[in-house]
Structures are given as structure tokens and as C-alpha cells.
Ligand binder design. Structure first.
Ligand code: TRP
Length: 333
């Protein structure tokens, strides 16, 4: 059986360089493997768990969809859709909910962290914990199992959710006969985790990101904010302890990496290094930035592309859902 690659992006934020280097760029590259089927979707139901700001969810959905298309995702070559356009996903979520042990969900990191935070603050353990947060892994399992994915590329923080999806699939198969593939997790290598302005992993939660499609001026400003040290021009600098070098490597060829290593050894000034980094990043992103602005100005086009994607996806999900309903005993009388 062929490879089925699937991944989702929660629609709560604006894509940043870390998302680009760690997830979007490798995902789009992987679509060149024509022997695999690819499903990429906007996880807007997951967004509701994290954000109750409707404008933000809508705007983020537009931005993320436009980002993927601007960066060259070919919607004819993959299935690109919004989770909320596939009614079979919440339907499957219920079937899975009915075979998922509550104890399994009790062990989810995100839920446990929320409870621990409440205990630390001497609040009720479940204060502000919604059922959406508690059941998050089941909705994610439904996303994956609905399309019988075999490979799921995600960040390290999502590995436990994949283990849970596998558990749930096995339980369902055990009860109702083999319905689902057991999906494998594909974790981005550590090399693909980009550092942020302060040297920690680039992440919205650390407020240290460089948004992906900044105009030139603010892009330059952000790059100038990358943390360096007090070494003067002419003093040798350590590339392996430099956020600036880390980001350079994410955009450079191997020759350019060696060249920059040499520059560090020769004591390149931080200001100069930031200037060449800006030029490098800007050069790679400029064509996509123009396409991005153009697509954002055409929400009707975005809507059309995603509707076509949903239709394609439902060609799979509607049929499979019939089979699953039958398997559990929801059948014509
Ligand atoms: N939970 C994932 C994240 O926050 C997003 C997501 C939702 C996802 N459903 C998925 C990823 C299914 C892979 C497969 O990053």
C-alpha cells in the first residue's frame, strides 16, 4: 500500500520563520515524491480550543492558507482543505470518543500541564480546562485516521498525540475489525528547529519570532534584534554558539555555511553579519511575499481552492465513513 502523508496546522497564529524552516518548507518539498499521497489541512476546529477570538481564527486561516500556496504548494498535486469543511471528521471523532479510555486522556501532557498549573496556583484542578482541551487528542486522531494516513510529520511536542492516535486506532481495530492503518510519526530533525531572536527555539509562546512575510524594512529590523554578544569587529566569534549563524544555516548552501564560518573566525562585525543574513533571507522570501500579498487580497480565490480541496477530501471521507458506520452497527434497518 502506498504512503499517505498527512499533517495539520492549527489556525491561531501568523506563520513565522521557524514554521517555514521546520514544517512548511520540508512539507512542500516532500510533495515532490509522486509515489505518496499528501493531505495538508487547516486545523480550524483545533483552533477553537486555543482561541475564542473569531476574527483571529478567520484571519489566521487566511494567512496560513495563503502562506502555503504562496510558497508553492500545488493544490492539484495534494489534497489541501479546511478541517471544518469535512463533516465526517467530527462524526468520526464521536466514534473514536466512544472507544477511548478516559485514563488515556488523563495522561495527555497539555491537559496535565493545565492541571498542574492550577494546583500550583491552588485553584480547582480543572479550572479553565474545557472538554475541547481534554479531548484534543481524539479530534487529532480522527483527522489522521479519517484519511488512513501512514506517515504524520509533526513537531516533537506532538509525538504523544500520535502515540494516542495509534492506541485509539488499535482499540478500534480490535473491536470492529481492521479499519485503520496504524500511523507512524515523522519527527522533524533537530536541525530543522530554528532558533528565535533570544536564542531559544523560535516559538510564538516565547515571543521571539520573525514573522515569515514581513516587508523588507520590518524584516531588517527583526534581524537586527537577533541576540549577539559584545565581541568587537575583528575578534573571532563562535558560530556554534550563535543564533545568527543558526538562522544563516537554514537558508544557506553548504558552501555558504563554510564561508560564514570563515567570516566568524576572521571576526566579522555583528552588524555586517546581520546585513548579509537579511539579504539572504530577503532574497529567498521576496517572490513568495509578493504572491502572498496577492493571494491575501483575493479571499474568493482562497475560498475556491479550499472548497475544491474539501470536495476531493470528501471523496475519501464520505465513503470511508459509510464503512465505519456499518462496522459499528449504524446501518440501514
Ligand atoms: N495538533 C497539531 C499542532 O498543534 C495540529 C494538528 C491537528 C495535526 N490535527 C493534526 C497535526 C493531525 C498532524 C495531524 O501542531
Amino acid at each position: 500500500m502506498g504512503k499517505i502523508v498527512l499533517t495539520g496546522i492549527t489556525t491561531t497564529g501568523t506563520p513565522h520563520l521557524g514554521n517555514y524552516v521546520g514544517a512548511i518548507r520540508p512539507a512542500i518539498r516532500s510533495t515532490q515524491d509522486a509515489s505518496a499521497k499528501h493531505f495538508f489541512f487547516l486545523a480550524d476546529y483545533h483552533a477553537l480550543i486555543k482561541s475564542q477570538d473569531p476574527e483571529r481564527v478567520q484571519q489566521s486561516t487566511r494567512e496560513i492558507a495563503a502562506t502555503w500556496l504562496a510558497l508553492g504548494l500545488d493544490p492539484d498535486q495534494v489534497t489541501f482543505y479546511r478541517q471544518s469543511d469535512i463533516p465526517e471528521i467530527p462524526e468520526l471523532t464521536w466514534l473514536l470518543t466512544c472507544v477511548t479510555a478516559k485514563g488515556l486522556m488523563n495522561r495527555a501532557h497539555a491537559y496535565k500541564d493545565a492541571v498542574q498549573k492550577n494546583l500550583d496556583e491552588q485553584a480547582d484542578p480543572d479550572a479553565a480546562v474545557t472538554m475541547g482541551l481534554f479531548s484534543y487528542p481524539i479530534l487529532m486522531a480522527a483527522d489522521i485516521l479519517m484519511f488512513n494516513a501512514t506517515h504524520v510529520p509533526v513537531g516533537k511536542d506532538q509525538v504523544q498525540h500520535l502515540e494516542m492516535a495509534r492506541d485509539i486506532a488499535q482499540r478500534f481495530n480490535h473491536l470492529y475489525g481492521k479499519q485503520f492503518n496504524i500511523p507512524e510519526v515523522v519527527v522533524e530533525e533537530s536541525g530543522a528547529i530554528l532558533k528565535g531572536l533570544d536564542g531559544r527555539k523560535m516559538s510564538k509562546s516565547y515571543d521571539n519570532t520573525i514573522p515569515l512575510f514581513l516587508d523588507e524594512k520590518p524584516l531588517r529590523k527583526h534581524i537586527n534584534k537577533i541576540k549577539t554578544n559584545l565581541l568587537e569587529p575583528g575578534q573571532a566569534k563562535d558560530p556554534d554558539d550563535s543564533t545568527l549563524f543558526d538562522i544563516w544555516c537554514a537558508f544557506a548552501t553548504s558552501e555558504e555555511r563554510s564561508w560564514m564560518r570563515q567570516q566568524f573566525a576572521e571576526g566579522i562585525a555583528w552588524g555586517e553579519a546581520k546585513k548579509v543574513l537579511f539579504e539572504k533571507v530577503n532574497l529567498e522570501l521576496t517572490p513568495a511575499r509578493e504572491r502572498y500579498q496577492d493571494i491575501l487580497n483575493r479571499p474568493g480565490y482562497l475560498q475556491e481552492v479550499l472548497q475544491a480541496g474539501a470536495e476531493k477530501a470528501r471523496g475519501v471521507s464520505q465513503l470511508f465513513m459509510q464503512q465505519l458506520r456499518d462496522a459499528v452497527g449504524i446501518r440501514p434497518l
